[in-house]
Design a protein around this ligand. Sequence first.
Ligand code: WQD
Length: 343
Amino acid sequence: MKNKIIVTGGCGYIGSHTVIELIENNFEVVILDDLSNSTEETLSRIEKITGVKPTFINIDLKNETKTKEVFSNHKDTKAVIHFAAHKAVGESVQKPLMYYKNNLYSLLNTLSAQVENNINGFIFSSSATVYGTPETLPITEENETQRPFSPYGNTKKVAEEILDDLIKSNPNFAAISLRYFNPIGAHESGLIGELPSGIPNNLMPYITQTAVGLREKLMVYGNDYPTKDGTPIRDYIHVVDLAKAHVLAVKRIIKKEQEKALEIFNLGTGNGFSVLDVIHSFEDVTNSKLNYEIVERRAGDVPKLYASTDLAKQKLGWTASKTLNEMILSSWNWEQKLRNKTK
Ligand code: WQD
Protein backbone atom coordinates (compact mmCIF):
# COMPACT_ATOMS: atom_id res chain seq x y z
CA MET A 1 0.00 0.00 0.00
CA LYS A 2 1.34 3.38 -1.00
CA ASN A 3 1.11 6.25 1.46
CA LYS A 4 -1.39 8.83 0.24
CA ILE A 5 -0.45 12.52 0.25
CA ILE A 6 -2.79 15.40 -0.57
CA VAL A 7 -0.98 18.23 -2.36
CA THR A 8 -2.92 21.49 -2.52
CA GLY A 9 -1.71 23.72 -5.33
CA GLY A 10 -0.11 20.65 -6.92
CA CYS A 11 -0.42 22.07 -10.45
CA GLY A 12 1.62 25.15 -9.54
CA TYR A 13 5.33 25.79 -9.86
CA ILE A 14 6.74 24.26 -6.66
CA GLY A 15 3.74 21.96 -6.21
CA SER A 16 4.15 20.21 -9.56
CA HIS A 17 7.86 19.56 -9.01
CA THR A 18 7.05 18.16 -5.57
CA VAL A 19 4.33 15.89 -7.00
CA ILE A 20 6.94 14.38 -9.34
CA GLU A 21 9.36 13.71 -6.49
CA LEU A 22 6.56 12.17 -4.40
CA ILE A 23 5.53 9.85 -7.23
CA GLU A 24 9.16 8.88 -7.80
CA ASN A 25 9.37 8.04 -4.10
CA ASN A 26 6.38 5.74 -4.37
CA PHE A 27 3.70 7.94 -2.79
CA GLU A 28 0.13 8.13 -4.02
CA VAL A 29 -0.71 11.75 -4.78
CA VAL A 30 -4.05 13.54 -4.78
CA ILE A 31 -3.84 17.08 -6.15
CA LEU A 32 -6.31 19.74 -5.06
CA ASP A 33 -6.07 22.87 -7.19
CA ASP A 34 -8.43 25.55 -8.53
CA LEU A 35 -6.17 26.22 -11.54
CA SER A 36 -6.29 29.96 -10.75
CA ASN A 37 -2.61 30.30 -11.59
CA SER A 38 -1.86 27.00 -13.34
CA THR A 39 -3.24 24.68 -16.00
CA GLU A 40 -4.55 21.12 -16.20
CA GLU A 41 -1.92 20.49 -18.91
CA THR A 42 0.58 20.12 -16.02
CA LEU A 43 -1.09 16.79 -15.13
CA SER A 44 -0.28 15.17 -18.47
CA ARG A 45 3.25 16.55 -18.25
CA ILE A 46 3.64 14.96 -14.82
CA GLU A 47 2.39 11.72 -16.38
CA LYS A 48 4.89 12.04 -19.23
CA ILE A 49 7.74 12.41 -16.74
CA THR A 50 6.68 9.81 -14.15
CA GLY A 51 4.37 7.45 -16.02
CA VAL A 52 1.67 8.16 -13.43
CA LYS A 53 -1.24 10.56 -13.68
CA PRO A 54 -2.07 11.78 -10.19
CA THR A 55 -5.67 12.05 -9.04
CA PHE A 56 -6.84 15.60 -9.62
CA ILE A 57 -9.70 17.43 -7.93
CA ASN A 58 -10.57 20.92 -9.15
CA ILE A 59 -11.56 22.69 -5.97
CA ASP A 60 -11.49 26.16 -4.48
CA LEU A 61 -10.33 25.62 -0.90
CA LYS A 62 -12.13 28.80 0.16
CA ASN A 63 -15.28 26.68 -0.05
CA GLU A 64 -15.39 25.05 3.38
CA THR A 65 -18.20 22.58 2.65
CA LYS A 66 -16.53 21.23 -0.49
CA THR A 67 -13.13 21.10 1.18
CA LYS A 68 -14.51 19.02 4.04
CA GLU A 69 -16.29 16.73 1.59
CA VAL A 70 -13.09 16.06 -0.37
CA PHE A 71 -11.07 15.35 2.77
CA SER A 72 -13.76 13.01 4.11
CA ASN A 73 -13.39 11.02 0.87
CA HIS A 74 -9.65 10.72 1.51
CA LYS A 75 -9.51 9.92 5.22
CA ASP A 76 -6.62 7.53 4.63
CA THR A 77 -4.31 10.44 3.71
CA LYS A 78 -1.04 10.43 5.68
CA ALA A 79 -0.09 14.07 5.26
CA VAL A 80 -1.04 17.24 3.41
CA ILE A 81 1.42 19.54 1.65
CA HIS A 82 -0.20 22.95 1.37
CA PHE A 83 1.06 25.04 -1.55
CA ALA A 84 -2.24 26.58 -2.66
CA ALA A 85 -1.88 30.34 -2.28
CA HIS A 86 -1.59 33.58 -4.21
CA LYS A 87 2.02 34.76 -4.29
CA ALA A 88 2.45 38.04 -6.14
CA VAL A 89 3.98 40.50 -3.69
CA GLY A 90 2.98 43.68 -5.58
CA GLU A 91 -0.57 42.51 -6.24
CA SER A 92 -0.97 41.73 -2.54
CA VAL A 93 -0.14 45.34 -1.69
CA GLN A 94 -2.91 46.47 -4.09
CA LYS A 95 -5.43 43.84 -3.00
CA PRO A 96 -4.68 42.90 0.61
CA LEU A 97 -8.14 41.57 1.43
CA MET A 98 -8.09 39.25 -1.56
CA TYR A 99 -4.75 37.87 -0.36
CA TYR A 100 -5.80 37.44 3.26
CA LYS A 101 -9.08 35.82 2.16
CA ASN A 102 -7.53 33.48 -0.33
CA ASN A 103 -4.43 32.44 1.56
CA LEU A 104 -5.96 32.25 5.03
CA TYR A 105 -9.45 30.88 4.27
CA SER A 106 -7.88 28.09 2.23
CA LEU A 107 -5.44 27.34 5.03
CA LEU A 108 -8.14 27.36 7.71
CA ASN A 109 -10.49 25.19 5.67
CA THR A 110 -7.72 22.70 4.91
CA LEU A 111 -6.68 22.47 8.56
CA SER A 112 -10.30 22.17 9.77
CA ALA A 113 -10.99 19.42 7.25
CA GLN A 114 -7.84 17.62 8.39
CA VAL A 115 -8.74 17.83 12.09
CA GLU A 116 -12.29 16.66 11.35
CA ASN A 117 -10.95 13.63 9.48
CA ASN A 118 -8.04 12.90 11.79
CA ILE A 119 -5.40 13.59 9.13
CA ASN A 120 -2.65 14.88 11.36
CA GLY A 121 0.40 15.66 9.22
CA PHE A 122 0.86 19.05 7.56
CA ILE A 123 3.67 20.60 5.55
CA PHE A 124 3.49 24.31 4.93
CA SER A 125 4.92 26.28 2.06
CA SER A 126 6.43 29.25 3.87
CA SER A 127 8.92 31.90 2.88
CA ALA A 128 12.06 33.69 4.01
CA THR A 129 9.94 36.83 3.77
CA VAL A 130 8.89 36.11 7.41
CA TYR A 131 12.37 37.27 8.50
CA GLY A 132 11.72 40.82 7.22
CA THR A 133 15.02 42.72 7.18
CA PRO A 134 17.32 40.37 9.07
CA GLU A 135 19.78 41.82 11.56
CA THR A 136 22.23 38.92 11.30
CA LEU A 137 23.34 36.71 8.42
CA PRO A 138 23.22 33.89 7.49
CA ILE A 139 19.61 33.63 8.64
CA THR A 140 19.00 30.76 11.04
CA GLU A 141 15.59 29.53 12.13
CA GLU A 142 16.34 31.25 15.45
CA ASN A 143 16.32 34.69 13.80
CA GLU A 144 13.35 36.75 14.99
CA THR A 145 10.51 36.94 12.52
CA GLN A 146 9.28 40.41 11.63
CA ARG A 147 6.12 41.83 10.15
CA PRO A 148 6.74 41.25 6.41
CA PHE A 149 6.53 44.23 4.08
CA SER A 150 3.69 42.81 1.98
CA PRO A 151 0.27 41.32 2.79
CA TYR A 152 1.43 38.24 0.84
CA GLY A 153 4.39 37.87 3.19
CA ASN A 154 2.18 38.48 6.19
CA THR A 155 -0.14 35.63 5.17
CA LYS A 156 2.89 33.33 5.53
CA LYS A 157 3.77 34.70 8.96
CA VAL A 158 0.17 34.56 10.21
CA ALA A 159 -0.17 31.01 8.84
CA GLU A 160 2.82 29.88 10.90
CA GLU A 161 1.23 31.48 13.99
CA ILE A 162 -2.03 29.65 13.29
CA LEU A 163 -0.09 26.38 13.05
CA ASP A 164 1.66 27.13 16.32
CA ASP A 165 -1.70 27.60 18.05
CA LEU A 166 -3.16 24.50 16.44
CA ILE A 167 -0.36 22.15 17.51
CA LYS A 168 -0.63 23.48 21.08
CA SER A 169 -4.34 22.71 21.15
CA ASN A 170 -4.17 19.33 19.43
CA PRO A 171 -1.57 16.82 20.65
CA ASN A 172 -2.06 14.62 17.57
CA PHE A 173 -1.26 17.29 15.02
CA ALA A 174 2.24 17.59 13.55
CA ALA A 175 3.44 20.26 11.16
CA ILE A 176 6.60 21.26 9.33
CA SER A 177 6.95 24.75 7.90
CA LEU A 178 9.49 25.11 5.12
CA ARG A 179 10.80 28.63 4.61
CA TYR A 180 11.94 28.98 1.01
CA PHE A 181 14.53 31.48 -0.04
CA ASN A 182 14.39 32.27 -3.81
CA PRO A 183 13.16 29.28 -5.84
CA ILE A 184 14.21 29.26 -9.50
CA GLY A 185 14.94 26.62 -12.16
CA ALA A 186 12.79 23.95 -13.73
CA HIS A 187 12.57 20.19 -14.17
CA GLU A 188 15.40 18.77 -16.28
CA SER A 189 12.89 17.47 -18.84
CA GLY A 190 11.92 21.07 -19.64
CA LEU A 191 8.29 19.92 -19.42
CA ILE A 192 7.34 21.78 -16.25
CA GLY A 193 8.58 25.03 -14.77
CA GLU A 194 7.46 28.45 -13.63
CA LEU A 195 4.66 30.01 -15.65
CA PRO A 196 4.00 33.49 -14.33
CA SER A 197 0.73 34.96 -15.53
CA GLY A 198 1.30 38.36 -17.17
CA ILE A 199 4.42 40.35 -16.48
CA PRO A 200 6.76 38.45 -14.15
CA ASN A 201 7.52 39.95 -10.73
CA ASN A 202 10.51 37.76 -10.01
CA LEU A 203 14.00 38.12 -11.37
CA MET A 204 14.59 34.77 -13.11
CA PRO A 205 11.43 34.60 -15.25
CA TYR A 206 11.95 38.26 -16.17
CA ILE A 207 15.48 37.46 -17.35
CA THR A 208 14.44 34.44 -19.44
CA GLN A 209 11.44 36.27 -20.92
CA THR A 210 13.70 39.18 -21.89
CA ALA A 211 16.26 36.85 -23.45
CA VAL A 212 13.60 35.01 -25.43
CA GLY A 213 12.26 38.33 -26.77
CA LEU A 214 8.99 38.61 -24.84
CA ARG A 215 10.20 41.64 -22.83
CA GLU A 216 12.30 44.47 -24.15
CA LYS A 217 14.65 44.79 -21.20
CA LEU A 218 15.14 43.85 -17.60
CA MET A 219 14.88 46.66 -15.06
CA VAL A 220 17.44 46.20 -12.30
CA TYR A 221 15.89 47.76 -9.22
CA GLY A 222 18.69 49.79 -7.70
CA ASN A 223 22.49 49.53 -7.52
CA ASP A 224 23.04 51.59 -4.38
CA TYR A 225 22.51 48.87 -1.77
CA PRO A 226 25.29 48.14 0.74
CA THR A 227 26.50 45.05 -1.16
CA LYS A 228 29.63 44.26 -3.20
CA ASP A 229 28.19 45.61 -6.49
CA GLY A 230 25.27 47.64 -5.08
CA THR A 231 22.54 45.16 -6.12
CA PRO A 232 20.64 43.02 -3.59
CA ILE A 233 21.89 39.59 -2.55
CA ARG A 234 19.57 36.57 -2.52
CA ASP A 235 19.87 32.84 -1.91
CA TYR A 236 18.60 31.23 -5.13
CA ILE A 237 17.53 27.59 -4.77
CA HIS A 238 16.68 25.05 -7.48
CA VAL A 239 13.01 24.06 -7.41
CA VAL A 240 13.88 20.34 -7.69
CA ASP A 241 16.11 20.62 -4.61
CA LEU A 242 13.16 22.26 -2.83
CA ALA A 243 10.81 19.52 -3.98
CA LYS A 244 13.13 16.84 -2.56
CA ALA A 245 13.06 18.57 0.84
CA HIS A 246 9.26 18.20 0.89
CA VAL A 247 9.56 14.44 0.38
CA LEU A 248 11.99 14.23 3.30
CA ALA A 249 9.61 16.32 5.43
CA VAL A 250 6.71 14.00 4.56
CA LYS A 251 8.78 10.95 5.53
CA ARG A 252 9.79 12.62 8.80
CA ILE A 253 6.14 13.21 9.68
CA ILE A 254 5.00 9.72 8.67
CA LYS A 255 7.81 8.07 10.66
CA LYS A 256 7.02 10.37 13.61
CA GLU A 257 10.63 11.52 13.76
CA GLN A 258 9.75 15.06 14.71
CA GLU A 259 11.32 16.53 17.81
CA LYS A 260 8.64 19.21 18.11
CA ALA A 261 5.04 19.28 16.92
CA LEU A 262 5.84 22.31 14.74
CA GLU A 263 9.26 22.26 13.13
CA ILE A 264 10.61 25.02 10.94
CA PHE A 265 13.38 24.66 8.35
CA ASN A 266 15.07 27.13 6.03
CA LEU A 267 15.44 25.90 2.48
CA GLY A 268 18.25 27.65 0.65
CA THR A 269 21.78 26.90 -0.51
CA GLY A 270 23.53 29.17 1.98
CA ASN A 271 25.12 31.09 -0.92
CA GLY A 272 24.24 34.68 -1.70
CA PHE A 273 24.31 36.07 -5.24
CA SER A 274 23.63 39.63 -6.34
CA VAL A 275 21.26 40.58 -9.15
CA LEU A 276 24.30 41.39 -11.32
CA ASP A 277 25.86 38.00 -10.45
CA VAL A 278 22.71 36.32 -11.78
CA ILE A 279 22.68 38.44 -14.93
CA HIS A 280 26.36 37.77 -15.62
CA SER A 281 25.99 34.03 -14.98
CA PHE A 282 23.03 34.01 -17.36
CA GLU A 283 25.12 35.74 -20.00
CA ASP A 284 27.97 33.28 -19.45
CA VAL A 285 25.96 30.07 -19.59
CA THR A 286 23.85 31.16 -22.55
CA ASN A 287 26.70 32.95 -24.30
CA SER A 288 24.51 35.96 -25.00
CA LYS A 289 24.04 39.56 -23.87
CA LEU A 290 21.04 40.50 -21.78
CA ASN A 291 19.41 43.89 -22.31
CA TYR A 292 19.11 45.53 -18.89
CA GLU A 293 19.00 48.94 -17.26
CA ILE A 294 19.59 50.10 -13.70
CA VAL A 295 16.51 51.92 -12.40
CA GLU A 296 15.14 53.09 -9.02
CA ARG A 297 14.87 50.71 -6.08
CA ARG A 298 11.70 48.65 -5.77
CA ALA A 299 9.73 49.27 -2.55
CA GLY A 300 10.17 46.58 0.08
CA ASP A 301 13.38 44.96 -1.22
CA VAL A 302 15.90 44.11 1.50
CA PRO A 303 19.63 44.36 0.76
CA LYS A 304 20.74 40.85 1.73
CA LEU A 305 19.07 37.50 2.42
CA TYR A 306 20.76 34.14 2.61
CA ALA A 307 20.09 31.07 4.66
CA SER A 308 21.89 29.05 7.22
CA THR A 309 21.09 25.54 6.02
CA ASP A 310 22.52 23.63 8.99
CA LEU A 311 19.21 22.67 10.58
CA ALA A 312 17.70 21.18 7.40
CA LYS A 313 20.92 19.24 6.92
CA GLN A 314 20.97 17.91 10.49
CA LYS A 315 17.31 17.06 10.90
CA LEU A 316 16.01 16.38 7.39
CA GLY A 317 19.29 15.12 5.95
CA TRP A 318 18.79 17.60 3.12
CA THR A 319 21.22 19.82 1.26
CA ALA A 320 20.77 21.64 -2.01
CA SER A 321 22.83 20.11 -4.80
CA LYS A 322 22.42 22.39 -7.81
CA THR A 323 24.74 25.27 -8.67
CA LEU A 324 23.59 28.69 -9.81
CA ASN A 325 24.61 27.86 -13.39
CA GLU A 326 22.55 24.66 -13.32
CA MET A 327 19.56 26.59 -12.00
CA ILE A 328 19.88 29.22 -14.71
CA LEU A 329 20.33 26.67 -17.50
CA SER A 330 17.25 24.73 -16.45
CA SER A 331 15.16 27.94 -16.32
CA TRP A 332 16.44 28.85 -19.77
CA ASN A 333 15.78 25.37 -21.17
CA TRP A 334 12.18 25.58 -19.88
CA GLU A 335 11.59 29.07 -21.26
CA GLN A 336 12.89 28.10 -24.71
CA LYS A 337 10.79 24.94 -24.87
CA LEU A 338 7.77 26.90 -23.72
CA ARG A 339 8.15 29.45 -26.48
CA ASN A 340 9.14 26.71 -28.90
CA LYS A 341 12.36 28.44 -29.78
CA THR A 342 15.94 27.33 -29.76
CA LYS A 343 18.87 29.67 -29.68
C1 WQD B 1 15.17 39.19 -6.49
C2 WQD B 1 16.06 40.40 -6.72
C3 WQD B 1 14.85 42.47 -6.98
C4 WQD B 1 12.84 41.55 -10.72
C5 WQD B 1 10.09 37.31 -3.72
C6 WQD B 1 9.14 37.24 -2.57
C7 WQD B 1 9.45 36.04 -1.73
C8 WQD B 1 9.42 34.76 -2.55
C9 WQD B 1 10.25 34.90 -3.79
C10 WQD B 1 7.36 34.29 -3.80
C11 WQD B 1 15.59 41.63 -5.95
C12 WQD B 1 15.58 42.11 -8.24
C13 WQD B 1 13.65 41.46 -9.59
C14 WQD B 1 13.19 42.48 -11.72
C15 WQD B 1 15.11 43.13 -10.42
N1 WQD B 1 8.07 34.34 -2.74
N2 WQD B 1 14.75 42.23 -9.45
N3 WQD B 1 14.33 43.23 -11.53
O1 WQD B 1 11.86 39.85 -3.93
O2 WQD B 1 13.74 38.31 -3.21
O3 WQD B 1 11.43 37.47 -3.24
O4 WQD B 1 9.98 36.12 -4.49
O5 WQD B 1 6.53 33.60 -4.12
O6 WQD B 1 8.54 35.97 -0.70
O7 WQD B 1 9.27 38.41 -1.79
O8 WQD B 1 12.56 37.86 -5.37
O9 WQD B 1 12.94 37.47 -7.77
O10 WQD B 1 11.37 39.31 -7.07
O11 WQD B 1 13.80 39.59 -6.69
O12 WQD B 1 16.12 43.86 -10.32
O13 WQD B 1 12.51 42.64 -12.75
O14 WQD B 1 15.96 40.77 -8.11
O15 WQD B 1 14.93 43.86 -6.75
O16 WQD B 1 16.74 42.31 -5.52
P1 WQD B 1 12.43 38.50 -3.89
P2 WQD B 1 12.60 38.52 -6.80
